[in-house]
Design a protein. Sequence first.
Length: 137
Amino acid sequence: MLNRGDDIVVVEGLSKSYRVRNLERQIASVIRGVAVKVAEGDMSPRKVSTADDLHRTQATLADTIEHTRNLLDADLNRLRATQEADQAQARSHHDDLKRQIDQMVRRIEATLDGISDHQELLAGLRALVRMVRSEPI
């Protein structure tokens, strides 16, 4: 029979890390040792004392979690900086596109002002220009 010690180790996060797998291997090793004793007929109660190992493993996991948190914070800061640069670039492209459309509309209006015949065509083209100007980019 295995008796748990007073120490309870709560392992959060990084469940796939090699340290967690190492802890699993250590626990499996202790269980196999007890299983061999039971198979040999030794049914006396046992106390498995691995508190020091568990404390070392807990400290190692805490260090790993802190290191991973620092890496994630650095990655998040890089992503934020990249996002800000992308937003600035998108605003710049938007402003450039708006200027190009405004120039195009002014050229069309100047061309229309030079045409005096075909009043219906002129009215239709002017309506098109107003529509282009009113459309959001």
